[in-house]
Design a protein around this ligand. Structure first.
Ligand SMILES: Nc1ncnc2c1ncn2[C@@H]1O[C@H](COP(=O)(O)OP(=O)(O)OP(=O)(O)O)[C@@H](O)[C@H]1O
Length: 253
């Protein structure tokens, strides 16, 4: 069964039909690319999947259950986590605390044991710290655990964002332009990290990216949007040779 599926998804902003009849699905552990020219509606899809916007029509099913209308924090708890085009970190706190905050809602100690620092609090706190270190190791950020987030180089800040999203234990990870602003070495490294994440965490990944080498190199399935509609989908090979896709990109230049 698909882990995530949209059916006839659409949204209008006033007179602008930003998305229409968007139907796609993601299988467990699959890496899917969402591409299209500027303004095609990619980020709007993410905003619908995370219930930042409510669709004007259609449904979004996570494990077969419609999640439209839930609160964004419920979406995170239910298993969809995302990163943003513009990095959103707590820049003035440490790298590890950034990850621990993202894990926070999973902590199980009671308010009382937190206030009085009872043994159950310390046990839970240690488990969270250990898990945060494990996550940072995957991204080779562990040696920077105590550095302030703002002091990390740009490429590592992007990785920290992904680590934070993973901290919520998602079933589906949405990455909005993860390679934006990275140099070629950082981009190559990120491709390896994303494959590793999929294998290690068994998470399905939907990513928006303008770097076509990145998309074609890592995505098993690609969905192409233009003017709010899906104009093509398939493997990298199929999409690359699709005349509609070529026309959409040339028209948008
Ligand atoms: N809150 C909003 N109010 C009105 N129009 C919006 C809103 N959000 C998005 N749009 C419009 O919806 C369309 C799709 O925008 P979206 O940001 O999803 O495109 P995109 O494919 O992510 O573009 P880019 O690649 O440039 O980030 C655009 O015409 C945009 O102006």
């Amino acid at each position: 069964m698909s882990v995530l599926e949209t059916k006839n998804l659409g949204i209008a902003f006033g007179g602008l039909q930003a998305l229409q009849d968007v139907h796609f699905s993601i299988e467990e552990g699959e890496i899917v690319g969402l591409i299209g020219p500027n303004g095609a509606g990619k980020t709007t899809v993410f905003n619908l999947l995370t219930d930042v916007y409510i669709p004007t029509e259609g449904v979004i099913e996570l494990d077969g259950k419609n999640i439209v209308g839930k609160k964004t924090y419920q979406i995170t708890q239910n298993g969809i986590a995302r990163t943003f085009q513009n990095i959103r970190l707590f820049k003035d706190i440490s790298v590890i605390d950034n990850v621990k905050i993202a894990m926070n809602y999973q902590m199980k100690y009671s308010t009382l044991s937190g206030i009085f620092r009872l043994p159950s609090y310390w046990k839970e706190e240690k488990a969270v710290t250990d898990r945060a270190h494990e996550l940072l190791k995957v991204f080779r950020l562990d040696e920077h655990a105590d550095d302030l987030a703002k002091n990390l180089p740009y490429g590592q800040q992007r990785k920290l964002e992904i680590a934070r999203a993973l901290a919520a234990n998602p079933r589906v990870l949405l990455l909005d332009e993860p390679a934006a602003g990275m140099n070629p070495t950082e981009t190559r490294e990120l491709m390896e990290t994303i494959s590793l994440i999929r294998d290690k965490f068994k998470v399905a990944i939907l990513l928006i990216e303008h770097d076509m080498n990145f998309v074609m190199g890592i995505c098993e399935h690609i969905v192409v949007l233009d003017y709010g509609r899906i104009i093509a989908e398939g493997s990298a090979e199929e999409v690359r040779n699709n005349p509609k896709v070529i026309a959409a990109y040339l028209g948008g230049e």
